[in-house]
Design a protein around this ligand. Structure first.
Ligand code: SF4
Length: 105
């Protein structure tokens, strides 16, 4: 499993909320068993999400089968709405990777 988050928000957020939720198997991570691992934690690369397009094949190759879109990307933290979310979701899905919309909220 991997987490992608908003590049802009990463300037003000170290990602602790996402990791806390995962470590405690809380909120959007509640269904993972104790052996599950975060295999990647990366930002979108900035609008329009170019890093997602560049990394998605590598994620697949490394065996990542689920990508969580961070709560900041899903506008769950009162951050501005992401104008590129649908195209990033399509790229991930088109590569056969499941999406979970959210992390810690
Ligand atoms: S593409 Fe979306 S998630 Fe990425 S920096 Fe822009 S607003 Fe944030």
């Amino acid at each position: 499993m991997a987490v992608v988050r908003c590049e802009t928000v990463s300037e003000v957020c170290p990602g602790v909320g996402c990791f806390k939720a995962f470590n405690n198997r809380d909120v959007y991570f509640r269904d993972y068993n104790s052996g599950a691992e975060i295999m990647a934690f990366f930002t979108c690369g900035g609008c329009s999400g170019r890093r997602v397009y560049r990394l998605v094949k590598s994620l697949k190759k490394q065996g990542v089968d689920i990508v969580h879109l961070s709560s900041c990307m899903m506008n769950m933290d009162n951050y501005p709405e992401c104008p590129h979310i649908e195209s990033m979701k399509k790229t991930i899905k088109d590569n056969g990777i499941e999406i979970v919309e959210g992390t810690h909220h």
